[in-house]
Ligand binder design. Structure first.
Ligand code: ADP
Length: 379
């Protein structure tokens, strides 16, 4: 990148210097024939046209470019540099950094600084300044806010995964070590069961993670006409074992037999499966879960309601975030990974739909997943 700007700077610097030199030459010899003057004017016009072309090319760049003379005075600025030259606090900070580094660059120093602007909006820009062989310097201003946001999402993601895996893997190690020295068959059986449970937890976490990344990375959706009653029945039967274990009654309301939805069947099945799984998981023994689906005018709405523990009001905004769990201790007991609802949110977004929740602590929760007739992914 720096090399590119060096070349641009050299071209601009060269073009401007040549134009001024040629005009000065023509004017300093008044006795020469007017044809010489006309030739000089023509050359100046051509140089001006070249300069305008270069300026136009610089103006379409998303990066700010400032070319400075040997006194560090800006002689060329592109449109992006002008746009960041306002008088807001952030813009003044960026200009100060540019000026500071240009002064060093005209003395032959190569400079680069990442400037964090705390906004709002928060922004991160990189200011580079490079000396030019022909004298002067070129500075660039690159907005890397999105790149730095993605970097921190990636870092958080890795930290979260490590944290989530550390606990069950630590438990597996302790259980295995204890088993080595244990001789009592009852204790061995208890420890072995715990080992199996922890191993299942790790496997479930990895499965959920793979599912989420498949759904997040999915390029084109495999949209097909899906039969809604089958989707609902499938989500219920997938969770029937867990429901029986917890003595939770899962009731599927009557769904119009010919109701269809255009969707990616695997993704929608996964979203509904997760909603029903949660409804069962967060219900008390003897609780009730109801599943319904209907056409609401512009698409199909799936409703999964339970009479379970409910969600505190201040957590409602966050439960769709990856790895977010209301009560980690309880979630651990139920084998929760904090990934299920972020899968549901992604599936909704991939189809241009939405997922909403209403809940009261101690009374239950109702999740609504809307898939529009014309599935247009939200960008
Ligand atoms: P988990 O694997 O922990 O269930 P989810 O992403 O599916 O992760 O859900 C995030 C959190 O939202 C859960 O940990 C739980 O606290 C809360 N939650 C989700 N669904 C329900 C529900 N039906 N009833 C009560 N709490 C729920």
């Amino acid at each position: 990148m720096a090399v590119l700007w060096l070349i641009i700077g050299l071209i601009i610097g060269g073009v401007v210097a040549t134009a001024f030199a040629r005009r000065a030459e023509a004017r300093s010899a008044p006795s020469t024939a007017s044809t010489n003057e006309r030739a000089a004017d023509r050359e100046a016009t051509e140089l001006k046209a070249r300069f305008d072309r270069i300026q136009a090319a610089l103006d379409v760049l998303p990066i700010g470019v400032i070319v400075a003379d040997p006194d560090a005075r800006a002689v060329v600025r592109n449109a992006a540099a002008d746009a960041s030259g306002g008088d807001t606090h952030n813009e003044v900070l960026v200009q100060a950094a540019v000026q500071h580094h240009l002064r060093a660059a005209v003395r032959g120093e190569q400079r680069s600084q990442t400037v964090e602007l705390y906004g709002p909006p928060r922004r991160v820009v990189i200011v580079n300044a490079t000396p030019l062989a022909a004298g002067g310097a070129v500075a660039t201003i690159e907005d890397i806010t999105e790149r730095s946001r993605l970097d921190s999402v990636r870092t958080d993601f890795v930290a979260n995964i490590s944290h989530e895996l550390k606990t069950p893997i630590g438990a597996l190690a302790v259980l295995a070590e204890t088993l080595i020295d244990e001789h009592d068959p009852t204790v061995i059986s208890r420890l072995a069961n715990k080992t199996v449970n922890e191993a299942h937890r790790v496997a479930k976490f990895i499965d959920d993670l793979l599912e989420l990344s498949r759904i997040e990375l999915a390029g084109d959706l495999m949209i097909a006409t899906c039969n809604v009653p089958s989707l609902v029945a499938e989500a219920a039967s997938r969770n029937s074992y867990a429901a029986d274990q917890r003595q939770v009654e899962v009731r599927v309301c009557e769904v119009a037999r010919d109701l269809t939805v255009d969707a990616d069947q695997a993704q929608l099945g996964s979203a509904l499966g997760n909603l029903v799984e949660n409804a069962v998981k967060y219900s008390d023994v003897g609780g009730k879960v109801t599943i319904a689906a209907f056409h609401d005018g512009d698409g199909v709405t799936f409703v999964v309601a339970d009479s379970g523990i409910g969600i505190p009001a201040h957590d409602l905004d966050r439960i769709f975030e990856r790895f977010y769990r209301v009560d980690r201790a309880r979630s651990r007991g139920t084998g929760g990974t904090g990934i299920g609802l972020s899968i549901v949110r992604h599936v909704a977004g991939n189809h241009g739909g939405a997922v909403t929740v209403e809940s009261r602590e101690g009374e239950g929760s109702t999740f609504r997943l809307h898939i529009p007739d014309q599935a247009v992914p939200l960008t």
